[in-house]
Ligand binder design. Structure first.
Ligand code: NAD
Length: 454
């Protein structure tokens, strides 16, 4: 764990380095992206091993959702940063004839990135890409619950970057609390809504701009007008990816009463096709992060409602994919974000009932809707507020760098990925350049009646 003195020194040095103006240069930013890419490729095996040690994450998923994800993000933004960073001229106003107005993208200064453990590499590096393309210096604080990945990120960044530009600070919550008291110029936080509130309050003390990427209970609605087989496959994949520990995982399923039992049968078929009839021993099935979360998830299981799964491997912290049927809003599992491989299923027979259920947990991070009924689709999209989501799929919206990713209210404030990462990490500075020889007399006192007509 780093000392508070060390943090003070790094922050001070980063502030000085930012003032040197080096990080603002666009070629510098592109060079840093290239270095980051090189570092990740060099550390690929070490990253996969570290994530495996932290929570036995399936190796293919580590490549797909952590390493591959950020490498393609680097490639995408590298090709566009020159265009995005140019100042933009906008139309003038009638009150200042002949003037020109520009919007400049101004880096904030030194940013702080605080990340959770569930995608321990991606959720540190993806915002870091935003900080780099925005022209900022950065302190990254990975989660203490994934210590092996935290250590590898620290080692990688230390080897490839000067700490006056990017530095990884490791440690427990005390370190986070200390960091949050410092005068950063931007805070980017990913984690739970509960800690999000702490971050927001700390940012308020120093009026620091921030982004909060939080979580919540994301509904998955299955209408009767669907191809059940494909839906079941996509739901099971999205739910059990990363052992169910994905912020945008479908949290619970609300299926139309006419197809609910067929959907459940199909989901069981795909669970076994993906992870065998004994998922606890499948190499592709990821463990729960720690004993505390394991016990928390197990406490959400109501064995009277379990119709599939329910077995546990306490030693390896694995919980079988577990389907609970006839769940209702009073059940414990509907009171908090599950963040694990439990699949509660509810039913609906009309839209109002469905909306009533969804609105018990307002502003979810994601919403998934499986339907072929365009009218129903439009109604759900216009009446439910949520961060983002998919029609006829799960998770995949996060893979499109052309669109912003983020929550709303309880599930987050602000967005990132692709162009949105650039915008998030740069202040839009509007500057009007006025003419020195044309002036509107009426705007100055003493005011005359003519002034009202301007
Ligand atoms: P968490 O909120 O417990 O921890 C996140 C970070 O905050 C960690 O680095 C931790 O060290 C720090 N932290 C914890 N308590 C703190 C405190 N009292 N003061 C200051 N810092 C503190 O979240 P988690 O368990 O690591 O991650 C799971 C949550 O994150 C879920 O709610 C999930 O939905 C959400 N999440 C959201 C996204 C997204 O992109 N929106 C992505 C991943 C996870």
């Amino acid at each position: 764990m780093e000392s508070f003195n060390y943090i003070d020194k790094v922050l001070e040095n980063q502030k000085i380095y930012f003032e040197s103006q080096k990080t603002k240069n666009i070629d510098f930013r592109i060079r840093q992206l290239d270095i980051l890419k090189m570092a990740i490729e060099d550390y690929e095996d070490k990253i996969i091993k570290a994530v495996k040690l932290d929570f036995n994450k399936c190796e293919f998923e580590t490549y797909e959702t952590e390493i591959g994800f950020v490498l393609s993000e680097i490639k995408y933004v590298r090709n566009k940063i020159k265009r995005w960073s140019k100042s933009k001229k906008v139309k003038g106003s009638l009150l200042t004839p002949g003037s020109k107005t520009y919007i400049y993208n101004q880096p904030y200064g030194v940013s702080l990135i605080i990340s959770p453990w569930n995608y321990p590499f991606q959720l540190c590096i993806s915002p870091l890409i935003g900080s780099i393309i925005g022209g900022n210096c950065c302190i990254v604080k990975p989660s203490e619950l994934s210590p092996n990945t935290s250590k590898i990120i620290k080692e990688m960044i230390k080897e490839y970057f000067e700490e006056k530009y990017i530095c990884v600070i490791e440690g427990d919550i005390q370190i986070n609390q200390y960091l949050l008291k410092q005068k950063f110029d931007y805070i980017f936080f990913t984690g739970s809504p509960m800690v999000g509130k702490i971050v927001m309050k700390s940012a308020a003390d120093n009026l620091i701009p921030y982004t909060l990427e939080l979580g919540g209970k994301s509904p998955c609605i299955v209408d009767e007008s669907c191809d059940i087989e494909l839906i079941a496959k996509r739901i099971v994949w999205g739910k059990l990816l990363n052992g169910g520990q994905t912020c945008i995982a479908p949290d619970y399923i609300i299926a139309h009463k006419n197809i609910k039992s067929r959907l459940i049968d199909s989901m069981i078929k795909y669970i076994e096709q993906f992870y065998t009839s004994n998922p606890l021993t499948s190499k592709d099935y990821t463990s729960v992060i720690n004993k505390r979360h394991f016990e928390r998830i197990v406490s959400l299981i109501d064995y009277d409602k379990v119709i599939y799964g329910g077995n546990l491997d306490t030693q390896n912290l694995k919980i079988e994919p577990t389907i609970m049927d006839n769940v209702n809003l009073e059940d414990k599992i509907m009171k908090e974000e599950i963040f694990g491989p439990l699949i509660p299923v509810m039913k609906f027979d009309n839209t109002e009932k469905l909306l009533y259920i969804i609105k018990q947990n307002p502003n979810p991070l994601a919403l998934y809707l499986f339907t072929k009924n365009k009218k129903f689709e439009n109604e759900i999209l216009s009446r439910v507020s949520f961060g983002g989501g998919c029609i006829n799929d799960t998770i995949m919206h996060i893979t499109n760098p052309n669109a912003p990713f983020g929550g709303i209210g309880n599930s987050g404030i602000g967005n990132y990925h692709g162009k949105q990462s650039f915008d998030t990490f740069s202040h839009k500075k509007t500057v009007m350049k006025n003419l020195a020889n044309i002036d509107i007399k009426f705007k100055y006192p003493p005011y005359t009646k003519k002034a009202y007509k301007i």
